[in-house]
Write a protein that binds this ligand. Structure first.
Ligand code: NAP
Length: 265
């Protein structure tokens, strides 16, 4: 661990092995933050850690920041508790918790929903987010500082046919964020959501269970957001002066005007 480790802010990012989480890890790393990166695919996290560290060596910047990775399934309370417990005390409280791990499954109408898909979505997007929040926030509250950002969605603002369960999960994330902001008000801990529209990540591939053609067609005729666009918004929210609390940023591609409204050429 480098000598100036403790002077650096630390970001704990769930779902850092792909998409928005991975791009956000890079955003903070390039600005000298320490990183705690969690996901189920540990090989992806190992590769990301290697790349980030190499980039700094190649650039000769050698920031002195540190990266801790762990194989965590946010649905598994024991896995979450153990990963946070194993983090050295010097890393706590983290400055930023980014609850990003999440997914959607299929596009079925609610009355035709697959119960296993429903479990996966609600267990990850809601209960997983709560599992992480429960272990990380008490240290922020004790220290009287810190920030929690939940990745919500346009689907946390409005519904669309076939999106009922995913929308329910993201409406739930918004409710959790609002309650948390009220609960943590006296304790100096800021809470917000970032709500993206369509982002070109592995999200659609996961939603359509590996059907690459169908996943690609989601973005036919429009330029979606890139993961880096969302990372920049998250970075902005996390680097405001201490007295500034951004409750929510809704960010969409130019070709989108709402959950189900896109303009294709
Ligand atoms: P992605 O590329 O599929 O990344 C999802 C990340 O979540 C992966 O790193 C995945 O890692 C992780 N994850 C999923 N289940 C997990 C679990 N049980 N435990 C731990 N990590 C888990 O998709 P993305 O677009 O970046 O999604 C990130 C967030 O943005 C999600 O909350 C999503 O709902 C939200 N969002 C996405 C879009 C979009 O259009 N892409 C729009 C609005 C909101 P492992 O598989 O390695 O565990």
């Amino acid at each position: 661990m480098s000598s100036d480790f403790s002077t650096r802010p630390t970001a704990l990012i769930t779902g850092a092995s792909a998409g928005i989480g991975q791009a956000t890890a890079r955003w903070f790393w390039e600005r000298g933050w320490n990183l705690v990166l969690w996901a189920r695919r540990i090989d992806r996290l190992e590769e990301l850690k290697r790349h980030l560290e190499q980039d700094h060596r190649a650039a000769g910047t050698g920031t002195g920041a540190c990266i801790a990775i762990a194989e965590v399934d946010v649905r598994d309370r024991a896995s979450v508790e153990s990963a946070y417990g194993l983090l050295p005390e010097a890393w706590k409280p983290v400055q930023l918790l980014l609850n990003n791990a999440g997914l959607s499954q299929g596009l079925n109408a609610v009355h035709e929903s697959d119960p296993e898909d429903v479990d996966r979505v609600l267990d990850t997007n809601i209960k997983g987010l709560l599992n992480v929040t429960r272990v990380v926030v008490p240290d922020m509250k004790k220290a009287g500082r810190g920030q929690v950002l939940h990745v919500s969605s346009t689907s946390g603002k409005e519904t669309y046919p076939g999106g009922g369960v995913y929308c329910a999960s993201k409406f739930g994330v918004e409710a959790i964020a609002k309650s948390m902001r009220q609960e943590l008000l006296p304790f100096g801990v800021k809470v917000g959501t970032v709500s993206p529209g369509m982002v070109d990540t592995e999200f659609s591939l996961v939603r359509f269970k590996g059907d690459a053609e169908r996943a690609r067609s989601v973005y036919d005729g429009l330029e979606p957001l890139h993961a880096e666009d969302v990372a920049e918004v998250i970075g902005f929210m996390a680097t405001r002066p201490d007295h500034v609390q951004i409750a929510d940023i809704l960010v969409m591609p130019k070709a989108q005007a709402g959950s189900g409204m896109v303009h294709r050429t």
